[in-house]
Structures are given as C-alpha cells and as structure tokens.
Design a protein around this ligand. Structure first.
Ligand code: MG
Length: 389
C-alpha cells in the first residue's frame, strides 16, 4: 500500500519527465512512408486561430458570410440562374431574410466552393398548404446542383423518407426527424465533401454530414453520385472541383437567413499535406520540412546547430547536413573534455539534452548502432552521475 507522502515523492520524481513534454524534440515516433510528421511533432504548424461566433449560429472569424440579412450581402453574393428575360419574379428580400418566389428559379452563389462547412437557417411557411413534397419545399445544393440537402416542411407531413427535410435527396433519409413547427426558424449545419473521381477512378465518393437544429441527421453519408428525382446516379459521376451553392425555388415561399460557409482543409487527395499521405507526397513534404530545419540550423551555432541538423535527418537524409552535425558534435565533446572541473556541472543540462537526442537517433536508427559520439555522451552522463545506466 502506497501512503500519501510516498505518492508525493513519486510525483516529484516524475516531474522532470513531465517537464520534458515541453521540449518536444526527438520525442515521438518519427516520420514514416505515409506521415511527414513525427508523433507529437513540435515542428508541425500550429493551426490558424479562429475566433468563434459569440452565440450558436454566429459566423466564426474566418467564415465567408453569404447572407447576413442585409440587401448588400444578398446582391454581392447571390444571383438568379434564370436569365432576366425568362424570369417573372426575383426572390423576395425582406426583414433580413430571403424568400423563394414561384417562378424566380434557383438562386446561386457568385463564388464557387469545393468542400465546405455551411450554416443556414430556414423556415417553412407558417401557413400550411399542400402536402408531401408540395409543402415548404426548397433545398441547398452543392457543386452546381449535383446534390441536394432537402428543405421541406416535414413537420407531421410524411413523404418518401429519402426526400424529407435533411435528407440527401434521393440517397439517404435523415437518421431522425428533428423538425420544428412550420414558420419557426431552424438550422442546418452541413459539412460537405465532394466526390473525387479521376480518370474514371473513384478516389473518394464524397460525403455529407448534417446537423438539423443541432441534431446529427447525416453522419458522413456517402453521396452515391448525388442522387436526384427518381434516379440513381453513377458512382463515378464527375463533380467539379468548385461549384456554386444553390437554393431551390420549388414554388413554396420558404425563407432563409444567416448563411455562411468555411472552406474545409484539403484532403490528402486534394493536395492536403497533413495526416496520412501517399508515399510521394510524404517524401516531398519530408524533404521540405528537412530543408526548413536546415535553414533554421543556419541561425544557430555549436551543439544547438548540430542537434537541429541531426533533427533534419529524421525527415530527410542529407550527407552535408550529417557531416556538419557530426563535426559540431565532435567539437562540443572536445570542448567538454577540456572543461575545468568546476565548470562541468554547468554543462549538465545541455549534455542531458544531447544524450536524449542521440539516444532517439540511435533507437530509431538514424545514427549507427556503434555511433562514437553517442557512446561518449552515454559514458559521460553515467560517469558524472547525471543518469543511471
Ligand atoms: Mg427540394
């Protein structure tokens, strides 16, 4: 049984190890054929900082606001697909919302988007008329209309489930019916990943995740080519890299407001350079990281420069960098050897750091099994009583 004071002593003994977490060099499993970064790699870029919205539904600082309730944002970001001469009406702009008008046709973003997070609020008409697909029908389309997240008044209004509100139309019903009553504002939070098909090969069939009023109703649902009215689509249907986002006029006075999107980070397939990558992309990224570490090493001197150069070898081998790192290590050890006895203790911290770095390089086979510098540092740190063997 460990008593309380023993526990304190154990914690204190562990404390230097915990402090090491903040050094984060020569630390986790190194890069491999599919991962350009080490595990817990402190060289990995910090994600950009985003200021979240104050309240639910407010756009975060990096959002592209497509409609904020102002007439200006409506006209700046949207246009009618139907030419003026064939259009009897425009969508109605009123009191901070847009309303579909029969005959106005589809409203499309001027800007084109690939993969996005989207927030939109919508309301089915408070005055209920029609049934099934004829009641509060609109929709959010991605990729120039290839796939629809259905907007419908599905409040006590059964229809075919793969066409009800929050369905991926013609593909997949929502997991549950999270409708609010007609006339009430409700939200969709959508994560859209388009299919990636190249040379007839389906590399990623794309997906939709939808939260309806905060409830997950689609969870990485595969797109199956996008679906549609009465038709299945071929799985290898080609989607554009970027396309407009569209709002459907299905003849019902559905309202929308507070619309914003955030482009998503690219998948590895799409040129993303983080996560599990192809061997070619991994090696290219590793070479780039190694190059930047060598540039950084140029700003350092002595053993610090040596360690930074050694670190670069973890990402990409380079004979010159290795030679220079070894040379600087030799000089450091010669200088240590020449230290006056009373100066030795002051060199402890750095020597332990060098030991840990070389131990890592040794254990992961970035230096030879019988590396002379490592053997020397190993011996010094034990002889000085700085470390137990
Ligand atoms: Mg629709």
């Amino acid at each position: 049984m460990i008593n309380y004071s023993t526990k304190i002593i154990v914690l204190l003994a562990l404390a230097p190890g915990l402090a090491q977490l903040h050094a984060e060099r020569f630390f986790g499993d190194p890069p491999d054929a599919h991962h350009p970064w080490a595990v817990h790699d402190s060289n990995r870029p910090q994600p950009p900082i985003v200021e979240p919205g104050e309240n639910y539904g407010d756009p975060p600082s990096d959002a592209i606001v497509l409609f904020d309730g102002s007439e200006e944002s409506y006209h700046n970001n949207w246009h009618h697909l139907r030419p003026d001469e064939n259009r009897q009406h425009d969508w109605l702009f009123k009191d901070g919302y847009l309303q579909a008008v029969r005959g106005a046709g589809t409203l499309a973003t001027k800007q084109k988007f690939g993969d996005v997070q989207m927030h939109i609020q919508w309301a089915a008409p408070a005055e209920v008329s029609g049934r099934g697909q004829g009641r509060g029908n609109s929709g959010v389309f991605f990729s120039d209309g290839r796939v629809e997240v259905q907007i419908l008044d599905s409040y006590r209004n059964p229809t075919y489930p793969d066409g009800m509100a929050a369905s991926v139309y013609g593909v997949m019903p929502p997991a549950v019916n999270a409708m609010r009553a007609p006339g009430e504002w409700q939200s969709f939070d959508i994560i859209y990943r388009r299919p990636i098909v190249r040379d007839g090969e389906i590399l990623d069939e794309g997906s939709l995740t939808v939260l309806h009023n905060g409830v997950v109703v689609q969870d990485s649902t595969p797109l199956e080519g996008g679906g549609g009215f009465k038709k299945r689509q071929p799985l290898d249907r080609v989607f554009p890299e970027e396309g407009s986002i569209r709002l459907q006029d299905h003849g019902d006075p559905v309202r929308v407001r507070n619309i914003w999107v955030r482009p998503l980070r690219p998948r590895a397939l799409d040129g993303g350079t983080d996560g599990r990558l192809s061997i070619a992309a991994t090696m290219a990224k590793r070479a780039e990281i190694a190059e930047s570490l060598r540039a950084d090493a140029g700003k350092l001197s002595g053993i610090d420069q040596s360690l930074r150069l050694f670190e670069s070898l973890v990402y990409h081998e380079n004979a010159n960098a290795r030679r220079k790192a070894e040379q600087l290590l030799r000089v450091y050890l010669e200088e240590f050897d020449a230290l006056e006895e009373d100066a030795v203790e002051a060199a402890r911290g750095k020597m332990i750091e060098v030991y840990r770095a070389l131990k890592y390089l040794h254990d992961y086979h970035f230096i030879r099994e019988d590396h002379e510098g490592f053997a020397t540092v190993d011996q010094i740190t034990v002889e000085q009583g700085w470390r137990n063997r």
